[in-house]
Design a protein around this ligand. Structure first.
Ligand code: ZN
Length: 163
């Protein structure tokens, strides 16, 4: 059975054990992701391999999900497959996160604890584009040559009124 994704784990203990944690969570249960989605059906999967690296608890993560978003160009529905690898380093505070160097991403573990749900959520947030769009060939708004002129319907009006 998968562990409960919301359960808090002691990162130091996971790292000391070289623990491999794998879980699944419904997208609808990810409270920071859900408002960004057009539809919240589906699951996100995450796997994290914990270990120590000098004084730090670290993990290699892999998160996958298929997100249903709104294309910011045509406002149609689009799906974004996420399949992301990450290299995490756990720290206790934002100040300590400045000390994480190299290719690792600092993750704040409050009181030394994290939940897999939080880690999955962080990864999905990083993977989400600011303005998701279809690929050109899939987007219905792609081939509208007048899009730019239509954005300024009154551009010519000011000239007319001067006379
Ligand atoms: Zn589109």
């Amino acid at each position: 059975m998968s562990p409960d994704p919301g359960q808090q784990h002691e990162v130091a203990a996971l790292a000391a054990d070289n623990a491999v944690m794998e879980t699944e969570i419904a997208l609808a249960d990810l409270e920071r992701i859900r408002p960004l989605l057009r539809g919240d059906a589906g699951m996100a999967r995450g796997q994290f391999r914990f270990h120590r690296e000098s004084a730090l608890a670290v993990a290699e993560g892999h998160v996958s999900a298929t997100l249903t978003l709104t294309c910011q160009r045509c406002l149609g529905e689009m799906t974004l497959p996420v399949d992301a690898d990450s290299r995490l380093a756990f720290v206790e505070s934002a100040t300590a996160s400045a000390e994480v160097t190299g290719s690792r991403e600092p993750v704040i573990a409050q009181n030394g604890q994290v939940s897999l749900a939080t880690l999955i959520e962080e990864e999905l947030l990083l993977a989400l584009p600011l303005a998701p769009m279809h690929r050109d060939s899939d987007c219905v708004a792609r081939s509208e040559p007048q899009a730019e002129t239509r954005q300024k319907p009154f551009a010519g009006l000011r000239d007319l009124m001067k006379n």
